[in-house]
Structure formats: structure tokens, C-alpha cells
Design a protein around this ligand. Structure first.
Ligand code: TYM
Length: 324
């Protein structure tokens, strides 16, 4: 059975961009693959943060992932900092990673431009990401489009380490994308992301979702209710494609082109399908929260399982490098 690995930062609430771009796919793939899903708290500390908030967000992320459908009887769900081998392998990979490659990463350039003083951890962020994946010798990494460049660098790091010590020891991990690989925020022009403040939370209450959805940007050429629209340029249409069933998507398309529906009608239909997807998730989150001891157990068991495989990899790596 092939192995998959993926990670998510506990840097805020899980939003529908994370869910539709990655986590929903994790839930589908956990049945077919040996799966490792990691809450990457060491990545989250590369930008300014509050310790108490991080503690709460790590817990909340476990709840959200379980509510979204990650099943600990099929997948290993764990927290990165509970498995020290991640940082150990990251240090080793730092010694084979070209500085120029790190400086070229668009996420680094973007985040660095927003900080006055840039910590080295922000530059080395993708090295830790490569360690996350390769520690479990994962073949496939289900992610959204914004992680593709980091994945290319992970392959480069695997190649360089292999060339020096490995003789093909590390497989080159491939990104696994979905059609919803890049969900835009409700402003319709930037990727849905916490830092842009344009998100819809996975566990957000319907009233609050509708408050955001109602004024959300649509086809800018559709000024009057009677103007026909162009679905392809409308973010609401793209959200329908990510969430609504195919027959509804087809209906949305004709109703938009013929001005049969106004944008508000179209948003109401989207809202209904969002609710159909999110209501059971919110209900599961309430159930999960009612049993904090079980959540703790999941995370402890996950770390123990992860450490077994991580330890195996580190023994082999150190042996080949003259460190054991
Ligand atoms: P993070 O925490 O930003 O996002 C988690 C996952 O959600 C996807 N995603 C999106 N997909 C579609 N549309 C969006 N608007 C959107 N926003 C986020 C991301 O692509 C990601 O798959 N560096 C990673 C975390 C990480 C990791 C790893 C991932 C650390 N180590 C190893 C995979 C493998 C990150 O910041 O994801």
C-alpha cells in the first residue's frame, strides 16, 4: 500500500479553502492509503504568534480534522512537535539544501515582505516540510496548489540527499491535487487565506456564513438583475463547482447565462449546498468536543505510531551519513 502524508498549520481555524483544497481529499484517500496527517505547529511559529492561542488552536485543529472525517482507526493523526525526528531530519536536510532555492520560494518572499525582521526559520520552512514528508517516505502528498512549489523543493532535497548518501533511499514525493486546488476568498480576487481575512470557517454558524456570502463578489459585468452573466469569471460559480452536485452546477450555469436567476438567488442555492456539507461536520465537532479525553488519546496514539516509522527512517539516515 502506498503511503501519503500531509500537513496543516494550526495558525487559525480550518477554513473551507483548506477543506475543499486538501482535507476533504485526505478523508477520501485515508481508505486507500496508509495515511499520516500532521498538525504542523513548528511551521506555525515561523511568524509572530501568541503561545496560549497556539495551544488552543492545536486542540481546535484536532477537533476540526476529526469532525471533517479523519478517522483515527484508518489514519495516523498527530502533532508535529510531539515527534522530535521532524526537526532532526530538517537539520540534516539543511546541509544539502541550496540557499538560492529557499530564497526563490514565493511563500517565503510573500511572508518575508510582510515582516520587518525575517527569522531564519521562515527561510528554512520548506526544509522542515521536506523532512515532514520524507520522514515517512511518503509517495504522495494531497495538498492545494499553493504547496506545489514546496513539493518541488522536497523532491530536489530528496534527490540531493540520495545522490550523496542514499542510492534511491527517499522516494520523490508527488503532489496530489483536486479540481478545487485553489479556492478564492469571498472577495473573489485572492486565495482564501487567514492572512487575507476572506475565509469561511469549516465550523462557522450558518447565519455568519450568509452574512459573508450575501455581499460576496460575483461577475462584475452583471450590474442589473436582468444582465446575463458569465459563470467562468464568477467566484460564486467556482464555489458551486467545488461544493454543489453536478446537476446543480449545470443549472447554475444556464440560470446565470440567461439571467434566469439573480446573483442572490444563486448565492442562496450555494448556501443550501454549503449547509448540506457543513451541518454534519458541525454536529460531529460538538460530539468530539464532548470527549476531550478521546481527543487526547488520538493525538498520543498518533504520535506513538508516527515515532515508530520516523525512528526507523532516522536510524537508516544516520547510519548512511556516518552519524551512527
Ligand atoms: P496550510 O496550513 O496553509 O494549508 C493546509 C492545506 O490547505 C490547502 N489550502 C488551500 N487549498 C485550496 N484553496 C485555498 N485557498 C487553500 N488554502 C490552503 C493547502 O494547500 C494545504 O494543502 N506548508 C503547509 C503545511 C505543511 C505541509 C507539510 C503540507 C507543512 N508540512 C508537508 C504537506 C506536506 C501549509 O502551510 O499549509
Amino acid at each position: 500500500m502506498s503511503r501519503i502524508f500531509s500537513g496543516i498549520q494550526p495558525s487559525g481555524e480550518l477554513h473551507i479553502g483548506n477543506y475543499l483544497g486538501a482535507v476533504k481529499n485526505w478523508v477520501a484517500l485515508q481508505e486507500q492509503y496508509e495515511s499520516y496527517f500532521c498538525i504542523v505547529d513548528y511551521h506555525a511559529i515561523t511568524v509572530p504568534y501568541d503561545p496560549e492561542e497556539l495551544r488552543a488552536r492545536r486542540r481546535e485543529m484536532v477537533v476540526s480534522l476529526l469532525a471533517a472525517g479523519i478517522d483515527p482507526s484508518m489514519a495516523t493523526l498527530f502533532i508535529q512537535s510531539m515527534v522530535p525526528e521532524h526537526t532532526e531530519l530538517a537539520w540534516i536536510f539543511n546541509t544539502v539544501t541550496p540557499l538560492g532555492e529557499l530564497e526563490r520560494q514565493t511563500q517565503f518572499k510573500d511572508k518575508a515582505s510582510r515582516q520587518e525582521s525575517v527569522p531564519a526559520g521562515l527561510l528554512n520552512y520548506p526544509v522542515l516540510q521536506a523532512a515532514d514528508i520524507l520522514l515517512y517516505r511518503a509517495d504522495m502528498v494531497p495538498v492545494g496548489e499553493d504547496q506545489v512549489q514546496h513539493l518541488e523543493l522536497s523532491r530536489e532535497i530528496a534527490r540531493r540527499w540520495n545522490a550523496r548518501f542514499g542510492d534511491g533511499y527517499f522516494a520523490e514525493p508527488q503532489a496530489k491535487l483536486t479540481p478545487s486546488r485553489r479556492i478564492l476568498g469571498l472577495d473573489g480576487n485572492a486565495k482564501m487565506s487567514k492572512s487575507m481575512g476572506n475565509t469561511v470557517g469549516l465550523l462557522e454558524e450558518p447565519a455568519s456564513i450568509w452574512e459573508k456570502l450575501r455581499p460576496a463578489v460575483t461577475d462584475p459585468a452583471r450590474v442589473r438583475r436582468t444582465d446575463p452573466g458569465t459563470p467562468e469569471v464568477c467566484n460564486i460559480y467556482h464555489l458551486h463547482r467545488a461544493i454543489s452536485p453536478p446537476d446543480v452546477v449545470a443549472l447554475v450555469e444556464t440560470q446565470c447565462r440567461t439571467a434566469g436567476w439573480g446573483c442572490i438567488d444563486c448565492k442562496k442555492v450555494l448556501f443550501d449546498h454549503m449547509n448540506a456539507e457543513l451541518t454534519p461536520i458541525r454536529a460531529r465537532a460538538a460530539e468530539v468536543r464532548a470527549h476531550p479525553e478521546r481527543v487526547e488519546q488520538v493525538v498520543n496514539d498518533g504520535a506513538a505510531t508516527a515515532r515508530r516509522l520516523a525512528g526507523e527512517t532516522m536510524r537508516e539516515v544516520k547510519d548512511r551519513m556516518g552519524l551512527a
